[in-house]
Write a protein that binds this ligand. Structure first.
Ligand code: PRP
Ligand code: URA
Length: 216
């Protein structure tokens, strides 16, 4: 069986709405952060659909026994926000995954060379084999940052088949790199944009996500 990267762009009015707010150059930082929180929430909701482990059991209502399905609390869930911009998605994701462990990863790209480097790594030394991993990074542009992130996760035993990415705007160069190296990945994004400008920014994109989220 050949695997193929799956990129989901959920057709949902709330996702479209908050993407429009985030894209608008007139949106102030505080509202931009709200838009990111909401996109983190709704895209994580979509991503959880076939990824969150469940357990079937029988429970007793006040009237009778019935079958029930619960989120399985014994399977570890790891959420990895890619600093800085990925932090803006975290509040929304965390409301849906309250039991997840949060592992921060600081990745920055050099604005001249566009090369990504890691300045903070709070990943565990080893992921347990069943760990469900959710990466939060709103912008997938050249792909340098997400490829570095994936390499760090794989080095620690993370399974790409149990890994999903929540982004807001994805561009073809990043999707191409991910598809070549990690075809079993699932990506949830609000939009796939057409490409990058000469400085590596996504067009039309939404500008610098980190600067806009934190007012810098
Ligand atoms: C942004 C964004 C991604 C990265 C994507 O981070 O949050 O992590 O760029 O670009 P790439 O696909 O070309 O690597 P940035 O380096 O601007 O850091 P920040 O989040 O601290 O602003
Ligand atoms: N990082 C951003 O924040 N925006 C882009 O358009 C590309 C990378």
């Amino acid at each position: 069986m050949t695997l193929q990267l799956r990129v989901y762009v959920p057709d949902h009015p709330l996702i479209k709405h908050w993407l429009a707010i985030a894209r608008d150059e007139n949106t102030p930082s505080v509202l931009f952060k709200t838009a990111m929180t909401e996109l983190g929430r709704w895209l994580t909701y979509e991503a959880a659909r076939h990824w969150l482990p469940t357990i079937d059991m029988t429970i007793k209502t006040p009237l009778a026994q019935c079958p029930a399905t619960l989120v399985n609390p014994t399977v570890p869930i790891a959420v990895i926000p890619i600093l800085r911009a990925g932090l803006a998605l975290l509040d929304g994701a965390q409301t849906l995954l309250p039991l997840a462990s949060i592992y921060h990863l600081g990745v920055v790209r050099n604005e001249e060379s566009l090369e990504a480097s890691c300045y903070l790594n709070k990943l565990p030394e080893q992921f347990t084999p069943q760990t469900r991993i959710l990466i939060l990074d709103p912008m997938l542009a050249t792909g340098g940052s997400i490829m570095l992130t994936m390499a760090e996760i794989i080095n620690r035993g993370g399974d790409p088949a149990l890994t999903q990415i929540v982004s807001v705007v994805a561009a073809p160069p990043a999707l191409r790199l991910l598809s070549e190296k990690y075809p079993s990945l699932n990506i949830y994004t609000a939009i796939i944009d057409e490409g990058l400008n000469s400085k590596g920014y996504i067009v039309p994109g939404l500008g610098d996500a980190g600067d806009r989220a934190f007012g810098t």
